[in-house]
Design a protein around this ligand. Structure first.
Ligand code: BGC
Length: 493
């Protein structure tokens, strides 16, 4: 930026802190050792991941749930119709009306966003469903007028938590993730609870499909790009979906589905290595896990997803503040630093984006957010810690993408990715791409503009367009009489 010179370096002269015993250089080295994942480790993780993907599909199952979604075809681009899409993400609730137009791969969308109040995430199930139904009602009233005069609109519900589906219009919640902890929902089908809240308010819509955000991302991206083979979310949570052949899903063998029929699998890869065999977990990761509402779950997700990145960073800062001989921020009131989950991943993004040599924006950030004035060496440690945490997340994510590609034998394809970390975290894409290159032994690019063999690209809107497409594909299958996994028997009439 022109005319915006760097601010003078921070100084804490006169506080006597310059003499405080600390060895920040050694601490940086220690953190580098803890958080750096080298090529050999990435390869080891990927190989174990491939094995675990297959184990998840087996009759015995494994840590990764590998949930069949009953999305059994790719979109042709010629789907049409108007659908409601509801997205219950980790942070926001979004309601959309999506019209798939006659024009190939084209759509119109109108949407409203509502923040999910923090207290609902750990509150009462009924309040959650009521809140969702209210948002839907408000949306329909705004865009369609009097709800009593409207015919029921088909709805795709993006419910981005691990759910068992025997049918596309049910979802038995396996466990809450992303910090949600609402009693009485785990182990139950969420659709009747949701529909009861809709009925109580006279909301005119009918659930056609319950989908995961990754499946939506896969389908929405495949709608416009036939090379798309994998859909990923790197946001508050982290996960992927891809198409498996029914013949490679032993868990569905009893249904005698044609072996080459595609089935979108919601991997729920956040649960990779819950048993702690390969992931290089640090003591900070162990604390994140033990203090979470579901210890022992989502081991991979807890090292990668946006919900946790800021918290890992905060735990490092607290540790170094308390550590004898280091005493980061010595003599300062660090009480604001002690609040769990007070720093989100946008805090780390801002640190990594600080363009100034003297890290003056990071200084501002610490002063305004935490009431702490770090010294220049402390600022350097802060910056390096953010880089290490952000880089580790991107590199570990690449192991999941590499594992699916290896399992399926994809040597060249596109991967559609969405989520706040993918879209907003600085260098996430480049670091992930570099890790993929190392894992899959690609030669250096001749021209920096050349595509990688497996390219992770920004996805189409999965929980809007993807949900609408899946609703459309489902209704098409119903019309064609192909009812496998479609509609719960009670809805069959
Ligand atoms: C959930 C997944 C979801 C992912 C990204 C995870 O916590 O378990 O279902 O796809 O977050 O939103």
């Amino acid at each position: 930026m022109v005319g915006l010179g760097p601010k003078p370096p921070p100084s804490r002269k006169g506080t006597g802190l310059a003499e405080a015993p600390k060895d920040l250089v050694n601490e940086i080295k220690r953190l580098e050792e803890l958080f750096t994942v080298g090529t050999a480790k990435l390869k080891e993780i990927t190989d174990h991941f491939v094995h675990e993907l297959a184990r998840g599909l087996s009759v015995e199952g494994g840590s990764i749930p590998m949930n069949p979604t009953w999305v059994m075809s790719r979109p042709s681009g010629y789907e049409t119709g108007s659908f409601l899409a509801l997205d219950m993400g980790g942070t926001n609730l979004r309601v959309c009306q999506v019209t798939l137009t006659e024009q190939k791969s084209e759509f119109d969308i109108i949407q409203s966003k509502y923040r999910i109040p923090e207290e609902l995430k750990t509150g009462d199930a009924e309040e959650l469903w009521e809140y969702i139904a209210d948002c839907l009602l408000q949306f329909i009233e705004t865009h369609h007028g009097d709800v009593s005069k409207i015919e029921k609109l088909p709805l795709g519900f993006t419910f981005s938590y691990p759910a068992t589906q025997n049918y596309i219009d049910e979802g038995v919640l396996q466990r809450w993730t992303k910090g949600f902890d609402i009693a009485g929902v785990e182990g139950r089908n969420v659709v009747p609870m949701f529909e009861a809240a809709l009925a109580a308010r006279g909301v005119p819509c009918k659930l056609a499909a319950l989908i995961n955000d990754t499946t939506g991302t896969l389908i929405a991206s495949a709608y416009t790009d036939p090379k798309m083979k994998i859909g990923c979310i790197f946001g508050t949570g982290c996960n992927a979906a891809y198409f498996e052949d029914c013949g490679s899903i032993p868990r569905l063998a009893h249904l005698n589905l044609p072996p080459d029929t595609p089935m979108a699998i919601n991997c729920e890869w956040g649960a990779f290595d819950n048993e702690g065999k390969v992931l290089p977990r640090t003591p900070y990761d162990v604390t994140i896990d033990s203090d979470s509402p579901r210890p022992g779950q989502q081991a991979f997700e807890k090292m990668i997803a946006g919900l946790y990145l800021g918290e890992i960073f905060r735990l490092v800062m607290v540790d170094l503040h308390k550590k004898p001989g280091v005493r980061l921020f010595a003599g300062q009131d660090a009480s604001k630093l002690f609040k769990p989950y007070s720093l989100d991943s946008s805090f780390l993004s801002a640190i990594e984006e600080d363009p100034f040599e003297n890290l003056s924006e990071t200084l501002d950030l610490f002063q305004t957010k935490l009431n702490i004035t770090p010294t220049l060496p402390e600022l350097e440690l802060i910056r390096r810690t953010a880089e290490l945490i952000g880089t580790r997340a991107a590199r570990l994510s690449a192991c999941g993408v590499a594992a699916i590609s290896k399992k399926k034998g994809y040597t060249s394809c596109h991967v559609g990715a969405d989520g706040s970390v993918f879209n907003k975290y600085p260098h996430f894409k480049a670091r992930g791409a570099q890790a993929l290159r190392e894992i899959l032994d690609w030669p250096d690019k001749k021209n920096p503009k050349d595509e990688d063999p497996i390219e992770i690209l920004a996805a189409e809107d999965g929980s809007g367009v993807g949900a609408a497409l899946i609703a459309a594909l489902t209704l098409e299958r119903v019309r064609a009489g192909n009812m496998h996994g479609i509609l719960h028997p009670e809805n069959f009439k």
